[in-house]
Write a protein that binds this ligand. Structure first.
Ligand code: PHE
Length: 484
């Protein structure tokens, strides 16, 4: 491990980690699940999940990586020496496997749309109906689907095969700012469309009746998905850090950038959805059906459309690389395989596993379980089960098993300034990591399987009092411990 590679700078790390975090989750998934789950109310719940669960776990995950300088399995093993916890690291590798399998399918759409843009095909899409027909005919064609899925997969494997550091770190520095500028242009364009007000209202005016146990679970799952959290991607990236990096500071920057991009995408897309009279709850095809109509009618639409899909594909690539990197790092570190062998074998296995997801929009569309296609199931299991479960165990592990106080000593390396004379900050972090994050994840879970429903019914009227009591109790307990 002595000559393990390291990032060139903290800025490089923040960009690479943001590159992992910012991807299809922000631009493709966030708008469509917000659309399906009631808009503003859902976004509100999602922001809460990001702040009180996401941020503390991001810090914990990066810290585990930096401290151990290992992949997730090795990190848990090194800190715990227990089989159970090592297996939790393994769960992360499995989650990465499943996520990449369906992630590359949507990235394949984006790659295919890049070619559509290049061919100038958006020019013919003047109405929502035309865009829908065009979209359905493309994803309904197994050859088109498998073809672009394969192309994207080959790119992902090629980058990881050659080693990602220079590629990712340098690429992110150029691509991320451009993506940002394009999003700003699309936002302005969206707001200037006739009828965009309705879209803004959808984003800003909450309808609380749309919130259910299920939608809170989806919001929590998405908080993990969008932050690349709960499966060791950030842990692996963190393992290439040295002790000089200020982790809390880097974590805040990553979380901030990720959230900003999601909200910007939300504005760009919902203004367009309502201005072109489309259905915000249409599901995974949302951005492909709405933005194309906007590009089709705007000045310079050819150029912006092309740029948008190039950047969406690149954003997906900087995320898919981090997904594959976790599994590859595991086989390299723990099994002694060469990087090349790991990429070829594991990459091919994931590729094959993803084919049913790629066919879920055409040949296998009727193959469903509980109304979910293979694609939906892979997404649901990974995003809404494995990631929150992983996040739960990471929080529990760092706060209780490794031990908060020991972890804190590690965390202070590089972050001395932040913690100096600020015991309250330590207290807050401690309360969140030890109690609030795990309890929240746990409750949301129980709730989603229906166990909590009846109890909640009775406790509903007193919830503010209960929450306040728990927070005060937690603060009191932690204060006492710190003084000791
Ligand atoms: N965060 C990525 C996105 O939002 C997806 C991802 C999830 C990447 C988990 C790595 C690990 O697109």
């Amino acid at each position: 491990m002595a000559n393990r590679e390291h990032w060139g700078s903290k800025f490089g790390f923040v960009l690479a980690a943001s590159g992992s975090a910012i991807g299809l989750g922000n631009i493709w998934k966030f708008p469509y699940i917000a659309g399906q789950n009631g808009g503003a109310a859902f976004i509100f719940v999602y922001l809460i999940c990001i702040a009180i669960v996401g941020l503390p776990v991001v810090i914990a995950e990066i810290l585990m990586g930096r401290t151990t300088q290992r992949n997730p399995v090795g990190a848990f093993r090194k800190l715990s020496g227990s089989k159970f916890w090592t297996a939790i690291g393994g769960l992360g590798v499995v989650a990465g496997f499943i996520i990449l399998s369906f992630y590359a399918v949507i990235a394949g759409w984006s790659t295919g749309y890049m070619v559509e843009a290049l061919l100038g095909n958006f020019g013919q899409l003047a109405t929502a109906a035309q865009a829908n027909t065009h979209f359905n005919s493309l994803v309904g064609d197994p050859t088109w689907m498998i073809g672009f899925y394969t192309i994207f997969f080959v790119f992902t494997m090629a980058v990881v095969f050659l080693g990602v550091k220079d590629g990712i770190e340098k690429g992110s520095k150029i691509m991320m700012p451009i993506l940002f500028i394009i999003l700003i242009i699309l936002m302005i364009k969206g707001i200037s469309l006739k009828g965009s007000g309705e879209g803004l209202a959808f984003l800003l005016k909450p309808d609380w009746s749309k919130i259910s146990g299920q939608s809170v679970l989806i919001a929590l799952g998405h908080a993990f998905f969008t932050l690349s959290l709960g499966m060791g991607a950030l842990m692996t990236y963190g393992s290439y850090l040295n002790k000089k990096t200020n982790i809390p500071n880097a974590a805040v920057q990553i979380v901030f950038l990720d959230t900003l991009v999601a909200l910007m995408a939300g504005v760009a897309i919902f203004t367009a959805v309502f201005a072109t009279g489309q259905n915000p709850a249409m599901g995974p095809g949302l951005i492909f059906n709405t933005l194309t109509v906007v590009f089709g009618s705007m000045t310079g639409g050819y150029f912006f459309g092309l740029l948008f899909f190039v950047l969406l594909t690149v954003a997906a690539l900087t995320s898919s690389i981090s997904l594959l990197e976790v599994a590859v790092a595991y086989f390299v570190d723990e099994r002694g395989w060469s990087r090349q062998k790991s990429v070829l074998l594991i990459g091919s296995a994931i590729f094959l596993f993803g084919i049913p997801s790629a066919l879920s929009f055409n040949l296998l569309a009727d193959f469903t379980y509980n109304g979910k296609t293979f694609f939906d199931l892979a997404d649901f299991v990974a995003s809404n089960v494995l990631l929150p479960v992983g996040g739960f165990f990471i929080a529990i592990f760092v706060a209780w098993i490794w031990g908060f106080d020991k972890a804190l000593i590690e965390l202070k390396h590089g972050a001395e300034n932040i913690f100096k004379d600020r015991t309250w900050l330590v207290t807050i972090f401690k309360v969140f990591l030890k109690f609030i994050a795990p309890v929240m994840i746990f409750i949301v879970f129980l709730h989603s399987v229906g166990l909590l429903e009846s109890t909640i019914e009775q406790l509903k009227n007193y919830w503010i009092i209960i929450v306040l009591c728990i927070v005060m109790l937690a603060i009191m307990i932690s204060r006492k411990r710190i003084k000791k």
